[in-house]
Ligand binder design. Structure first.
Ligand code: PA5
Length: 442
């Protein structure tokens, strides 16, 4: 199981800057349990994903796994989750294994150009993921690839798998009308809470990652976090700790620093979950993605002596699954030889703890989460843990952690400018803005 250490949030760990046990009496540490029991929030359906039937995903994964290439089209929660699964559990995947995976989220034309150069569409399966079925970036790239299949006289239905809402939306209609294979995203599950649905699990299955182990991990952490009181539930304690640090100590920034290259995309996944869920109504906690040890040599100075506005979340790893000894060369040079006889795993672990100690000595709070190893089981735990912790933080903050109203305005302006029916007023607004902006151009 994951292990959680909160001592560097408390007075004992970091002196005057820490929290006291009594401070936790200020909050409703049971907010999420109450919300679950009241059953009012359909978006809490993400909590059911670990126990869901995944036989259809597995079957589709076997189909997709027969191709040489797997292109994933999706953005936001529809891309960050799958990418973090792949990179954590199948590092350097495209050098070693098939199907080769290309995740196309941003609509940078050069990226698509390069992907098209790299793949033979005859040997390619395309998984288009969009819960709403209307996200412009995903729909645009889907339309392009649909046309490219047709130009090569390939049947889209043989090459496309749609992952979308079970009943609604443009993509569900296309699945029905054109007989395209499709997997559902449960209605209450939003993009950033969907990695343990078909969104993340189809890719996992297609490349041979045991999705069942991810779900097993999620079930186990679920049982450790839900239905328990504050001091027994790591997710509630995490939520309460960062919430109190913000309320009482003005610490608005949450730094996520896994000590593993393989978890770098996980850090990006977390940042979307945290930012889009919590940033609204003038409230929120700002996430900050990072990687150890790399960012010790880039960001740590700021965390140590800069503004006192951060809580650092360390993700440490016990067993890296590989290790390399540092050889006994340059024995006569003390500046090098002290490293001989140690290993890289030892070095990275010592560096992680050293940063933790140094921050604590300087009164800077942190939380440490230790994963015994980076495998499907523990990754499933990490996803589910942070989803629960994020929902709980949102409830404590008094905002809705499941919507993203602030994203809509930009989408509507784009629709207007790209000519979508019903958005004509947005186009006018856009044009006026360009005229105004033009006046200040140098
Ligand atoms: O978390 C979210 O809800 C968003 O980030 C969505 O995942 C993103 O906007 C893409 O939406 P959709 O899956 O509807 O295309």
């Amino acid at each position: 199981m994951l292990q959680f250490n909160f001592s560097n949030l408390m007075q004992d760990g970091i002196g005057g800057n820490g929290l006291m046990k009594d401070d936790f009496k200020r909050i409703d540490g049971n907010a999420l349990n109450t919300a679950i029991q009241s059953g009012k929030s359909p978006e809490l359906e993400f909590l059911d994903l670990p126990g869901a039937d995944t036989s259809a995903i597995k079957e589709m994964g076997r189909y997709a796994g027969k191709f040489d290439n797997f292109i994933l089209l999706g953005i936001g929660g529809s891309a960050l989750g799958p990418r973090s699964v792949l990179e954590a559990l199948s590092p350097f995947h495209n050098i070693k294994s098939k199907p080769k995976v290309f995740i196309y989220d941003n609509v940078d034309p050069m990226t698509l150009h390069c992907i098209m150069d790299a793949v033979d569409l005859k040997k390619t399966v395309i998984n288009v993921i969009t819960k709403s079925g209307s996200t412009a970036e995903t729909i645009a790239s889907f339309m392009i690839l649909w046309q490219k299949l047709k130009e090569q006289s390939l049947k889209p239905a043989d090459h496309i798998i749609i992952t979308t809402d079970p009943v609604k939306g443009n993509l569900r209609k296309i699945a029905v009308d054109y007989g395209v294979r499709a997997l559902p995203i449960p209605p209450g599950v939003g993009g950033r809470y969907s990695v343990l649905s078909a969104v993340g699990l189809l890719l996992a299955e297609a490349v041979g990652i045991p999705s069942g182990d991810m779900l097993k991990g999620a079930v186990d952490i679920h049982n450790k976090c839900i239905g328990r009181d504050l001091w027994q539930s790591p997710a509630f304690l995490f939520a309460s700790g960062v919430f109190l640090m913000q309320q009482m100590k003005k610490r608005d920034i949450t730094v996520m620093i896994p000590y593993a290259d393989r978890l770098k995309p996980f850090s990006e996944w977390f940042c979307q979950l945290w930012a889009e869920s919590l940033g609204k109504d003038g409230k929120g906690l700002t996430p900050y993605p990072s990687t150890g040890t790399t960012d010790q040599h880039s960001q740590l100075q700021l965390w140590m002596q800069g503004p006192e506005d951060k809580v650092v979340v360390f993700l440490s790893v016990e067993d890296y699954g590989a290790d390399v000894q540092i050889p006994a060369v340059f024995r006569d040079m003390e500046g090098l030889s002290y490293l001989s006889g140690h290993s890289l795993a030892e070095l990275i672990k010592v560096e992680q703890e050293a940063s933790e100690i140094a921050l604590a000595k300087n009164g800077r709070p942190s939380i440490t989460i230790r994963a015994p190893k980076i495998d499907a089981y523990h990754l499933g735990q990490l996803y589910h843990f942070f989803e629960i912790a994020t929902a709980a933080t949102g409830l404590l903050t008094g905002i809705n952690p499941f919507n993203q109203p602030g994203v809509e305005e930009g989408k509507n302006l784009t629709y207007g400018m790209m000519g979508k029916k019903g958005y004509e007023a947005k186009k006018e607004e856009f044009v006026k803005y360009r005229q105004r902006k033009g006046k200040l151009e140098l």
